[in-house]
Design a protein around this ligand. Structure first.
Ligand SMILES: [Fe+2]
Ligand SMILES: [Fe+2]
Length: 187
């Protein structure tokens, strides 16, 4: 799908703020894809569509998770996680994106998972460091992303877990699996 057509489709789903975030993620994802030899077109489309379901009603997302037999653990955890797998589903069925690499990058952009593909990593990291983000540590994450995608990913997932723990929030198992997958690797 052509970029402008994809942007037109997501613009209808998002607030202005979230649309700007999407443009930031898209530019960052293309930049990272170039550095790390990832298909730029796939990175572009995955980034454009990554938050497609962000503003869907919780009831609708819950219904899709149940009907499509997605990981039922999702329902026990933060609903903030739901827009990622539901987004992958809706992007396929409403926007007609069928590429499984793109869909899995959308599916895992919030939780992460063990053994992520390079495209999944690019989207996860781009979502974390896009130019509109500002939080303690974002500059370090941006620096790491220029040098080593796995280091940037490790930094992002570790900070995300610490952030959730400091707020006494639950951490989805896939996120811990991503952390464990990276912590034991030589980085
Ligand atoms: Fe998201
Ligand atoms: Fe996002």
């Amino acid at each position: 799908m052509e970029r402008n057509r994809a942007l037109e489709i997501v613009a209808k789903q998002l607030t202005d703020k979230r649309y700007k975030h999407t443009l930031g993620v898209t530019e960052t994802a293309i930049h990272l894809a170039k550095i790390y030899n990832v298909d730029e077109k796939k990175a572009e489309l995955a980034a454009i569509f990554h938050d497609y379901a962000k503003f869907r009603p919780l009831d609708e997302m819950k219904q899709i998770i149940i009907e499509q037999k997605f990981d039922s653990n999702l329902l026990e955890f933060n609903p903030e996680l739901w827009h990622a797998p539901v987004g992958a589903y809706l992007v396929e069925h409403e926007a007609g994106i069928s590429d499984s690499d793109i869909l899995s990058a959308i599916r895992y952009h919030t939780s992460g998972r063990e053994k992520m593909t390079s495209l999944e990593k690019v989207i996860y990291v781009a979502d974390y460091i896009e130019p509109g983000r500002s939080f303690p540590g974002v500059d370090e994450a941006r620096k790491l992303a220029e040098k080593d995608l796995n280091e940037a990913l490790f930094f992002a997932v570790k900070n995300t877990i610490l952030f959730l723990m400091n707020k006494n929030q639950s951490v989805f198992p896939d996120t811990f699996r991503l952390y464990n997958d990276l912590v034991k690797k030589e980085r």
